[in-house]
Design a protein around this ligand. Structure first.
Ligand code: AMP
Ligand code: MG
Length: 315
């Protein structure tokens, strides 16, 4: 079955797509940068479907798209630099990494467990109209399978043959055609995490000198965070039984533990629960976490990638 393609500039098509998004479905849509594969950013299961459809081998944090600056700063904490660049470049091809605001509803899977969120107000008016109609932040990485180039028209998206994609909203060819610039304004000095069409020089003209990622820390390549969420307690993988002092993080009931990523053994459900359950165990102040074995198939690979990092010796 091929996915329906409808015009993004048709209010009825947007209304139907908004209903699909609010119900936890997947909608690909045009922005000025590239086509995004969108889901409700506040719904852990909907976001897990994005990773499953893309076949991503790891969970990297996703950008949440919102219709206006006010909504953006309700989700993430505005710093002085954030306000300055938002005023100059939003709506537009710039993503800001902000500290989560109090009560921010963005799912933990969307931010890959981080205390920061990446937010963008897209420049394409019809994309903003869709976002306003949904009334929720929409997580949307590029609408391509993992390892393939980003799509810049609706036919590219259709050719990916995504499982679980409900509709493509065709807004013609992308005018920018490059992923957004990603700027971390959550700390003292702004840091450029990904170059894009909003340039370092344009940003520095507003906020003064900024740092570049890859100079000694956090990011080693676009989309690859060296810093990531890890629970405070030590983590033991592939556990077949619970040892003294351990609390289980179970899969398919193997350990008989209370916290189970997916009692039915469904990797999409497990992905949806991963960061929220790790955080819940952390809040309980458990001494050690034993994780049941999780099959590598489908999203299992990305779940195991993240759990291996959580279990790695802390530096
Ligand atoms: P994409 O959604 O595929 O356009 O990629 C999102 C980009 O934003 C990746 O390079 C991510 O690493 C980056 N990103 C998203 N959220 C965060 C965050 N909270 N902290 C740092 N980088 C982020
Ligand atoms: Mg991409």
């Amino acid at each position: 079955m091929s996915v329906p393609i409808r015009p993004l500039d048709d209010p009825d098509a947007r209304a139907e797509a908004a209903r699909i998004l609010r119900a936890g479905g997947l909608v690909a849509f045009a922005t000025e940068t590239v086509y995004g594969l969108g889901a409700d950013a506040t719904d852990e299961t909907a976001v897990a479907k994005i990773f499953a459809a893309k076949g991503r081998p790891r969970f990297n944090p996703l950008i949440s798209h919102v219709p206006d600056v006010e909504t953006a700063f309700a989700l993430g904490q505005a710093t002085e630099a954030a306000r300055a660049v938002a005023q100059a470049f939003w709506p537009g091809p710039l993503t800001l990494v902000l500290r989560r605001a109090e009560g921010c509803p963005i799912a933990w899977l969307t931010s890959a467990g981080l205390e920061t969120v990446a937010i963008r107000v897209p420049g394409k008016p019809d994309a903003r109209a869709l976002l306003a109609e949904v009334g929720r932040p929409i997580a949307a990485p590029s609408a391509n399978r993992s390892g393939r180039v980003s799509p810049t028209n609706a036919a590219h998206v259709a050719a990916e043959g995504f499982d679980g994609l409900d509709v493509i909203l065709d807004g013609g060819a992308c005018t920018v055609g490059l992923e957004s610039t990603v700027l971390d304004v959550s700390g003292e000095t702004p840091r450029l995490l990904r170059p894009g069409s909003v340039t370092r020089e344009q940003i520095e003209a507003l906020v003064g000198p900024i740092e570049l990622a890859g100079h000694g820390d956090a990011i080693t390549a676009p989309g690859m965070l060296a810093s990531h969420y890890a629970p405070a307690a030590p983590v033991r993988l592939n556990a077949t039984e619970l040892r003294a002092g351990e609390v289980g993080l179970d899969f398919a009931g193997h350990l008989g533990a209370e916290a189970d990523l997916s009692p039915t053994g469904d990797p999409v459900e497990a992905a949806a629960n991963l960061f929220a359950l790790l955080r819940a165990l952390d809040r309980q102040g458990v001494a050690a976490i034993a994780v049941a074995q999780i099959p590598e198939a489908g999203l299992g690979a990305a779940i195991n990638d993240r759990l291996r990092r959580a279990a790695a010796p802390r530096g």
